[in-house]
Design a protein around this ligand. Structure first.
Ligand code: ZN
Length: 390
């Protein structure tokens, strides 16, 4: 009966189906947007917060237990220098209170994922962002005795190791509260390369690594000038919005990856790579794989495509102070040399290929000419190589 009333039921139903489809699509979109921006404390409770959930670097399928780890703004990333956007308006980073008196006592701990040095909130980034960020801790990511282990890569190059100095927005009062807010965290990242000498600035920490080899152990070390762990030139850096590189992967980190790298000796890196344990195993290769950019922009505070990556020598770090004629004393980093070598190899390869091609064409043409000459019964005249130069 109903069918008789509606002469063409399909036409009547189609708009309703379309509406339902659109509604479902919109609901899904809202869900995605909402989950990606901020899941709030409820999410943290569900997943036990940053310290309770069990996860490892060998199985990085963290999204099973930590939903945000499959978000669209994850870290670390590969920084493609040719695609970075030069932004001359990025404010210079100024650090305050980084020179700690020896009377300060700092906790160094092996938490099973990294070695972490707790920092007092008297240390801060006073300029560089639109708000003040207070220091909380610094920690390291490294590879193994046979492989590099930085988290961020630059133009596909993975550096020997990486240090993160974690700060939280002062207005949120604590690291755990700030970690849930979109503008909550600011992390300064330093990339390491292998150098010929020990970097004594790092001995404050590395001399104590043996003491924290067991997971869960905490030792105390006296305060020192933390500026000396950073490159002296803080105005060359990459900036992007990303996440914690460990579960729960909150997407609340404004990343600053310094362009200038720091040198550590092989022996110092060896200490990092072999001294610490997670359970009964050596704690090594504690870096997360690079994550897709998903359209995010990476800004550079300098013209990244024109400047070569710089390796900072011991003399070039903050401790030496004074002399700032940096540029001329700098050595080309390994990564840069490797790239130059690759470029040369490609150029020579192309030139060689072209020469071979020209020669083959010449030989073929000569053969053709010869066969034509033979067919027409003319005498074949062999011309020596001089013709090729014509
Ligand atoms: Zn880290």
């Amino acid at each position: 009966m109903l069918k008789q009333k509606h002469t063409n039921p399909n036409i009547m139903q189609r708009p309703r189906q379309m509406q339902r489809l659109l509604f479902l699509l919109l609901a899904q979109l809202l869900k995605v947007v909402f989950c990606d921006t901020n899941e709030g404390p409820e999410h943290e409770r569900r997943h036990g917060g940053p310290t309770l959930g069990h996860w490892t670097y060998t199985d990085q399928d963290w999204k099973k237990d930590f939903q945000q780890c499959e978000g669209k703004s994850q870290s670390p990333i590969n920084i493609e220098t040719s695609k970075t956007m030069f932004n001359k308006n990025l404010p210079k980073i100024i650090l305050e209170g980084y020179s700690l008196p020896e009377t300060t006592s700092l906790n160094l701990t092996n938490n099973g994922h990294t070695v972490k040095l707790t920092l007092p909130d008297s240390m801060s980034i006073s300029s560089g962002f639109s708000q003040k960020y207070l220091a909380a801790q610094l920690h390291f990511h490294w590879g193994s005795v046979s492989s590099s282990g930085s988290e961020h890569t630059v133009d596909g190059t993975r550096y020997a190791a990486e240090m993160h100095v974690v700060h939280y927005a002062a207005k949120y009062g604590s690291l755990s509260t700030a970690a849930l807010e979109a503008d909550g965290l600011a992390v300064l990242a330093v990339l390491f390369q292998v150098g010929p000498n020990d970097n004594k600035n790092y001995n404050h920490i590395f001399d104590k690594l043996q003491d924290v080899s067991e997971e869960g152990v905490i030792v105390q070390i006296p305060g020192f000038d933390v500026n000396t762990l950073l490159p002296r030139q803080l105005y060359r850096f990459f900036r992007y919005n990303g996440s914690l590189t460990t579960p729960p992967c909150f997407q609340t980190v404004t990343w600053t990856v310094f362009n200038d790298t720091i040198q550590l000796s092989k022996a110092q890196l060896h200490k990092l790579e072999t001294n610490l344990k997670t359970g009964h195993h050596t704690l090594d290769s504690n870096f997360r794989f690079v994550q897709p950019l998903n359209g995010r922009k990476v800004f550079a505070s300098f013209s990244a495509t024109l400047a070569s990556r710089r390796m900072v020598t011991k003399e070039d770090t903050a401790e030496s102070g004074g002399d700032d004629k940096s540029g001329s004393e700098l050595r080309e980093p390994n990564a840069y040399s490797t790239h130059s070598g690759d470029t040369l190899a490609i150029i020579f390869g192309i030139l060689f290929g072209c020469t071979v091609l020209v020669f083959v064409i010449y030989v073929l043409r000569q053969r053709k000419r010869r066969s034509l000459n033979t067919e027409s019964g003319q005498k074949v005249i062999y011309k020596p190589t001089t013709t090729m130069e014509a």
